[in-house]
Ligand binder design. Structure first.
Ligand code: NAD
Length: 363
């Protein structure tokens, strides 16, 4: 099969859908790989890296879209990309169609078969193509929070790990899922004293078994949340209620009870954020201060580390990309119900119930 990977054109997107390593695997499976020139540059991959992997370089996106039977990307296709999609072609990428009726309409009109990374599932009830980005965001969170805590950024001037004779910073992580666990591990590794709050007892049990001695766990009651937030130098928001906006767990009034110059890193901002005072920020202008508390609320944190993020995403998408190319989408989805869950649009029809419900349409 002919697999094509265009350069991402969404603003500030530096990741790429196919890594040279993934291209090499596909070529070894007997497929042809076509990469738009410069597609990998933002993630540190030159055209020659792809050529060495056995791929062919296309001069522009139009060539990739015209020739490829399977298009592998990162972000949802932009309007000019959607105009190049065609019937019979398979698109494998993040789509996030639920809040995007315009894109949904265009994909249906194009006749493309669109498989969305974010709705592919695994046998443990997880989302294997979202998890790597949660891992990146989680590990970045204490790093960005540590920076926000610096005096020049409005922070209280506290070093996370302290030094001999000076105690460490107190870090509170609300939500102990993929983001929260990764954030807690890194914050503890930086020497901070870390507590993770969660509403799920099985999750707290797992964290206690795996990480006792590295960080503490508490049930996320209102009382515990209020008490710990008031004592914290840094609070990381990492909750998720699937399919819903993030619950507001810290009010503006609570900021007054926090240590002046404490930092908030609201990773859940892509779902609206779990602090009342959160609003989305960008990598260009990532922080702002409300009532003396520094807020970091970047909605696409993995964009800060496109090389790591690209490789992590590429590792996770590779087996699915190979299955789609080896067997064709129909047989690949018949054989793997988890990949089938990724099917959002086919032959002009919406095939994802959650997306249809969100848009008041029929699936
Ligand atoms: P996850 O499902 O693995 O974990 C979420 C956890 O939150 C679960 O353990 C759940 O029990 C807990 N939770 C739910 N409600 C709670 C409450 N009221 N109090 C305490 N805990 C509660 O999800 P994840 O992959 O860790 O993602 C967390 C959030 O981070 C999501 O909103 C996700 O979209 C977001 N995210 C943002 C970025 C970014 O760049 N900003 C990147 C990746 C993920």
């Amino acid at each position: 099969m002919k697999i094509g990977c265009p350069r991402e054109i969404k603003n500030q997107e530096h990741r790429v859908g196919v890594t040279p390593a993934a291209a090499r695997e596909a070529v070894a499976h007997g497929h042809e790989v076509l990469i738009e020139t410069g597609a990998g540059l933002g993630a540190g991959f030159a055209d020659k890296d792809y050529v060495e992997a056995g791929a062919r370089i296309a001069p522009d996106a139009a060539t990739v879209f015209a020739e490829a039977e399977l298009i592998v990307k990162v972000k949802e296709p932009q309007p000019e990309e959607r105009r190049m999609l065609r019937k019979g072609q398979v698109l494998f990428t993040y789509l996030h169609l639920a809040p995007d009726p315009e894109q949904t309409r265009d994909l249906m009109a194009s006749g493309v078969t669109a498989i969305a990374y974010e709705t592919v599932t695994d046998a443990h009830g997880g989302l294997p193509l979202l998890a790597p980005m949660s891992e990146v965001a989680g590990r970045l969170a204490p790093q960005m929070g540590a920076w926000a805590l610096q005096k020049a950024n409005g922070g209280r001037g506290v070093l996370l790990g302290g030094v001999p004779g000076v105690g460490p910073a107190q870090v509170v992580v609300i939500g102990g899922g993929v983001v929260g666990t990764n954030a807690a591990r890194v914050a503890a590794g930086m020497g901070a004293q870390v507590t993770v709050l969660d509403r799920s007892i099985p999750r707290l049990r797992h964290l206690d078994e795996a990480f006792r001695g590295h960080f503490a766990t508490r049930y996320a009651s209102r009382a515990a949340t209020e008490e710990l937030v008031a004592q914290a130098d840094m609070v990381i928001g990492a909750v998720l209620v699937p399919g819903a906006a993030a619950p507001k767990l810290v009010s503006r009034a609570q900021l007054a009870g926090m240590k002046p110059g404490a930092a908030i890193v609201d990773v859940a901002i892509d779902q609206g954020g779990c602090f009342e005072t959160s609003r989305p920020t960008t990598h260009d202008d990532p922080i702002y201060v409300v009532d003396g508390i520094v807020h970091y609320c970047v909605a696409n944190m993995p964009g800060a580390t496109p090389r790591t993020s690209t490789i992590a995403l590429g590792n996770a998408t590779l087996p699915f990309m190979l299955a789609l190319a080896d067997k064709g989408w129909r047989k690949a989805c018949q054989d793997d119900p988890h990949l089938l869950n990724g099917l959002n649009v086919h032959a002009g029809k919406l095939t994802s119930r959650p997306v249809a419900e969100a848009q008041g349409l029929e699936a």
